[in-house]
Design a binder for this molecule. Sequence first.
Ligand code: SF4
Length: 414
Amino acid sequence: MINEEQKRILIEGAKIGTLPSNVPCPVGCRFCYECHLEKIFPNIKSEFIPKYEKESFDFFKKESERNKKPMKPGFFLAVKDGKIYSRNFCDFFSLGLDRGQIEDVIQNNKRYGIKRSFYTTGLNVDPDLILYLTNKYKEDFRLWISLMTFDDELKKKLVQNWTSSDDIKKIIKSSYNPQIMLFYISYNQVINDLRIINDINIGECEIAISQLHYNKFHPEWIKNLVMSNIGDFSKFVFYLSAHPKEFGNIYDRLCFISPSGAFAWKFREDLKDLLKGYFLDGKDLILCSHSAYKVLRSICGGDVKIEAVSDIYCGSNDFTTPITSKEIFSAIQDYLKKDDSIKRVFVPSTMWAIEDKFDMNCMTIDSVRKEFPSLEIIKVMIPPKMLKSNLSLKDCIEYYNFLDKDNIVLGRTR
Ligand code: SF4
């Protein structure tokens, strides 16, 4: 029997066309960030359905049909009464839906012309079901497979209940134009994994490669695993660039989500144009992520002050979304102690990305402005094309060449 709170979550999901997840996510990845969100950001509250029974799914389906909305699984953040309500992006095949319910979702989305990929780690998925759905719904059923690695010994450490990659190989072979997310954990692991994918010869797939990251809540062994290999990512990228034939079946299908600094490099001309209109001088301070620091330093005049700000995760990842108003307060306060000549402070809009207004602590930029009334705090609007983009192999190579050529001192301090 679903309770009133669960009904509310299902009704709200049906209004926006998002199938609420059944978090805490049952996959149990030990590197997961989702499960730490509430601990790190006290103003975030996770909303979820404990389990999809027939009653809860039928209720959601009825509400979706009444609202004429799709039932796409998806991540969602909404602000209400000074709190951020979060619905995680969970493994679709771990929601506990049966075959008929999964088909209901696909058919419903087809009706509304929604082509949304179904995210899965491959755990709890029957490869025969994937073959059946691919054959029946080909164009309307696309998988986003979080492969991580084919190295089962490593994967057993990273994912609770992982046993073997036999099924995920069958799932990849059975799916139509899948998107595959592969981890760079170490140089040898990622090259071996790419050789295996190349041999499977999937066709029109898309392979996104991301570094494995850790934060302060992850166990020490994950931190050590990440930090002992992260420096070889550039070596891996240059190896790929020098061996296109070795990965001939997938070479044109590779994209990258790391390194984060390469995004700023890729869009350096856009950033330059954005900042040009402000006529920056020695009384201006730009606050940015550690990874963007190097690129910004190279495109701004020497007298402009630039400071890199650490996010609250205190880990290996480095992007601006987890930097909150609190870190900005501290960064400005610290800067003023050594130099009080600044008049304007520039911050990227991505720090207040939720509903284009709130940070991860549910504070707005006005809270910073109130704290420093004598300073002009300017939010620089980061172009959507930069936020939605991936990196090509060429982007990564150019970025590493830039770092090497200019011998730029890394801004990262932690
Ligand atoms: S599948 Fe995603 S949400 Fe679930 S535990 Fe793994 S990383 Fe976390």
